[in-house]
Design a protein. Structure first.
Length: 286
């Protein structure tokens, strides 16, 4: 009698980090010397189609799976007649190991209510974990669905103290004013692992009133201190540096701004000489 083979026997799955090593024994009834096996797997919580591969012998290693995720695995044996019955479906959980991995934990912005007012740039941060997250890019989606890829600067990744493998990537984007709202997606790539993408973060736009200063999240204004002496005044300042900054200026005078001083972004103090005893330092939006 010639028929399809019976199901593979004694299927077992051994997990190691983000891989599943599948073992089995040959069917009790093969009905052919030449048989092969069809392995199917998918996330337990997913309703998508199974991924599949064909092999000729046990074992088989399924690679590149998600960390800390439950998977279902089943096998079929097939010969020249057709495909036999499925083995019992096996569930197995992957787990995070010490090797290369990447995982995006969240994407956020310091902009108040995620609203851009026209000052500076849109500042977006992507928090993630992974000891090999070496290539960061961003996707900006306009109101009509058009996509632009924005490449991160080399110094845009900052590794977090006290959290081995944790890092934060920052984007400073000058948006297209006529194309709001924008949606931003953080994309993390490395040869070690599958590409990861964050959920979209939407940024709206409401122009600030005339004469208004930047709200939080624009990484301005500068916080300055004045240290006066008899005829000189030392100005010191701190601010969150934007990789795109080229410098800034401040104005000094009596009744009206008289002098304009331009300072590079590498500086954090400046001494203004020979001003006399009465000066006014005017604040301005930078």
């Amino acid at each position: 009698m010639t028929s399809v083979p019976s199901a593979p026997r004694n299927v077992t799955v051994i997990t190691k980090y983000n891989t599943l090593n599948v073992f089995w024994q040959r069917p009790k009834y093969e009905y052919s010397k030449n048989i092969h096996y069809m392995i199917f797997w998918r996330r337990t919580s997913s309703d998508r189609e199974y991924q599949q591969t064909n092999v000729t012998s046990s074992p088989y290693l399924i690679k590149g799976l998600a960390w800390n995720t439950l998977y279902n695995v089943k096998l079929y044996a097939a010969n020249h007649i057709g495909i036999g019955n499925s083995s019992e479906e096996i569930s197995a959980m992957t787990h995070k190991g010490p090797g290369p991995y990447i995982r995006i934990e969240g994407i956020t912005s310091a902009l108040e209510s995620y609203n851009y007012t026209g000052f500076g740039k849109v500042a977006i941060s992507c928090m993630a974990e992974g000891n090999n997250a070496t290539r960061i890019s961003w996707i900006r989606i306009g109101k009509n669905g058009e996509k632009n890829t924005l490449h991160a600067k080399r110094n845009a990744i900052n590794y977090m103290k006290g959290n081995p493998g944790g890092w934060k990537a920052d984007l400073f984007d000058r948006p297209e004013m006529t194309n709001f709202p924008h949606k931003y997606i953080c994309v993390v790539e490395n040869d070690c692992c599958q590409t990861k993408m964050s959920s979209p973060l939407e940024i709206g736009y409401s122009p600030a009133p005339d004469g208004a200063c930047p709200s939080s999240g624009v990484l301005k204004p500068i916080q300055a201190k004045l240290i006066p002496s008899k005829t000189n005044v030392k100005v010191t300042w701190t601010y969150d540096r934007d990789p795109e900054d080229k410098g800034f200026s401040f104005k000094v005078g009596r009744a009206s701004p008289k002098y304009i001083y331009n300072v590079t972004r590498r500086s954090n103090e400046y001494t203004i000489p020979h001003l006399g005893v009465y000066i006014i330092v005017y604040k301005s939006c930078i």
